[in-house]
Design a protein around this ligand. Structure first.
Ligand code: LLP
Length: 415
């Protein structure tokens, strides 16, 4: 699936020209491709076919209602981390019985919201959370279905900021404590023990960390069964990596699924998976227009109209995302730092990129469907940008550009 391709030198998505989208909706602009999102989701569904499974899209990667809508129509489940994400999923037509609730800091109010909606499972991350959930469920005369998130202490071999399965990370419960916590959970009347889960990190491109983690989880499933605590599902988290640069390759979903299925063997365990980036990352780009070109003794700069507030991954994680011209035009090629207008040296989208460009040209930042618009802010009182979804020859405005007045509408002058 190639959601963005060149036709006569111009970048297109399905039948739509990206230059025309920029003309019509302005820049900066996020552009998503519906079929790419659906295709990536179906890769998981095909790879896991024949084994009971539920794909719970990690809403945090891109929570736009249209994205959730497209996935809900495929029958997707959802992995949420806040009451806000719960409300979005329900507003987009997601089914509560396919929602799992992750996160280390669920509040009482969030637990109540999850219980009231009738979500499928809470992924509990600490003994204290378990006690709180039991109390909240009992107070509402109901039961909470849970899995425990295990921290298996395996190295995901990814960026330290997006690695979550090591004992130095705040996530999950260690193996020894998890056994005790399961025994405690089994005693609590308002708790139903359903599963086990882990999420060891994001942007994983190797299979070994998954194999190691799932092997450890399965060992625990067997140990619990020998004590009479039967689990019915194993949630292996998300983290499937995509290709950002030519030096990397994305995780092979078929190989990943075989590795998980092998580790599970013939145990009667439904597989839950929480992919975010893999489903939406490659399906989105950020379009930005070049305002100025400038040079000093050391460098050439392309100053564009998108900034770190619109796409923070390069500044925050030193993430590399491909940047290219939307139109192939006859220009001199130079090495540029592509920077935004914000007064911070960290305000760059890419450094040392070879580009053949002129002022007013359009650039496209690839792989911007995940952790991009959702992480944007209003720093420098910059309105958040518009988002459109391409679907064949149609284009839908799925998030309107923010109005500047709304940025200070909640504020007030002194009396
Ligand atoms: N499940 C849990 C419990 C998670 O914490 C996450 C992501 C996922 C699933 C989905 O992971 P994915 O399949 O998208 O890798 N902002 C960072 C990534 C943070 C990931 C946080 N957790 C970035 O831009 O790279």
């Amino acid at each position: 699936m190639t959601p963005f391709y060149r036709d006569n030198g111009s970048l297109m998505s399905d039948q739509v020209s990206l230059s025309e989208l920029a003309e019509k909706f302005g820049t900066p602009l996020y552009v998503y491709n519906r079929s790419a999102i659906e295709f990536a989701w179906q890769e998981f569904s095909k790879a896991l076919a024949g084994h009971p499974h539920l794909i719970c899209y990690a809403v945090k990667a891109n929570s736009n209602l249209a994205v959730l809508d497209a996935l809900a129509r495929l029958g997707s489940g959802f992995d949420i981390v806040s009451e806000g994400e719960l409300q979005r999923v329900l507003a987009a037509g997601g089914q509560p019985e396919k929602i799992v609730f992750s996160g280390v800091g669920k509040t009482t109010r969030e637990m109540e919201a999850g219980l009231a909606a009738g979500i499928r499972c809470f992924n509990v991350e600490s003994p204290s959370e378990l006690e709180r959930l039991a109390t909240v469920a009992a107070a509402h005369g109901t039961k909470a279905n849970i899995s425990l998130r295990i921290n298996p202490d395996v190295d995901a071999q990814t960026h330290p900021y997006i690695s979550t399965g090591l004992k130095e990370n705040k996530f999950g419960i260690n193996m020894a404590e998890a056994m005790l916590t399961y025994r405690r959970a089994a005693e609590l009347d308002s708790i139903e023990v359903h599963g086990i889960d882990c999420h060891i990190g994001s942007q994983l491109t190797k299979l070994e960390p998954y194999a190691d983690a799932v092997r450890l989880l399965v060992e625990m499933v067997d140990k619990l069964a020998s004590e009479g605590i039967q689990l019915s599902h194993i949630d292996v988290g998300g983290g499937q990596g995509i290709q950002y640069s030519e030096e990397e390759s994305s995780l092979n979903v078929d190989a990943w699924a075989s590795c998980i299925r092998d580790a599970i063997g013939d145990r009667k365990l439904e597989i839950l998976v929480e992919p975010g980036r893999y489903i939406v990352g490659p399906a989105g780009v950020l379009l930005t227009r070049i305002e100025y070109l400038k040079s000093n003794e050391d460098r050439h700069f392309a100053v564009v109209d998108a900034a770190m507030n619109d796409l923070i991954r390069p500044a925050l994680y030193s993430a590399w995302q491909a940047i290219e011209s939307v139109e192939t035009l006859p220009r001199e090629s130079k090495v540029y730092d592509v920077v935004g207008p914000i007064c911070e040296s960290a305000d760059f989208l890419g450094k040392q990129r070879t580009l053949a460009i002129a002022e007013n040209d359009l650039l496209c930042v690839r792989s911007s469907g995940a952790y991009a618009s959702v992480m944007s802010s209003n720093y420098n009182t910059r309105p958040r940008v518009a988002e459109v979804m391409v679907d064949g020859d149609s284009v839908h405005l799925v998030c309107a550009r923010e109005e500047t007045e709304s940025l200070f509408a909640r504020e007030s002058l002194l009396p």
